[in-house]
Design a protein around this ligand. Structure first.
Ligand code: TYC
Length: 107
């Protein structure tokens, strides 16, 4: 019986310093803006449908925008934030409401 020999094909990968760090994509906020015309129940439905919120959370977010003028809904990678904001704004527009969702980079 021969004793085991170290494999000649093993590469040593250092755990620090030379390992490349993977950058996280910058995050974008989606912001719900208040208006005087869109019905409250409609805003809640859009939040549930596009942003996958439960009914209570959607109601609370809608009321914050209603009282304060705007409310940050969530943060996503840029393309996801822009797609959801457009989709949600379009649902209001299709009904003739001025409901508006904007996006901005997180500081
Ligand atoms: N202010 C609207 C109303 O009183 C309801 C509303 C709430 C609209 C939040 C938009 O982002 C909004 N019917």
């Amino acid at each position: 019986m021969s004793r085991p020999v170290a494999s000649p094909n093993v590469t040593v990968v250092p755990k620090t310093s030379t390992r490349l760090k993977v950058a996280r994509p910058p995050l974008y906020k989606v912001i719900l803006l208040n208006d005087d015309y869109t019905p409250r129940e409609f805003v809640v439905k859009v939040l549930e449908a596009v942003f996958r919120m439960g009914a209570e959370k959607a109601y609370a977010v809608m009321m914050t925008a209603h009282r304060k003028g705007a409310c940050v809904i969530a943060v996503y990678a840029r393309d996801v934030a822009e797609t959801k904001a457009k989709e949600a704004t379009e649902l209001g527009r299709a009904k003739g409401y001025p409901l508006f969702f904007s996006t901005e980079p997180e500081e």
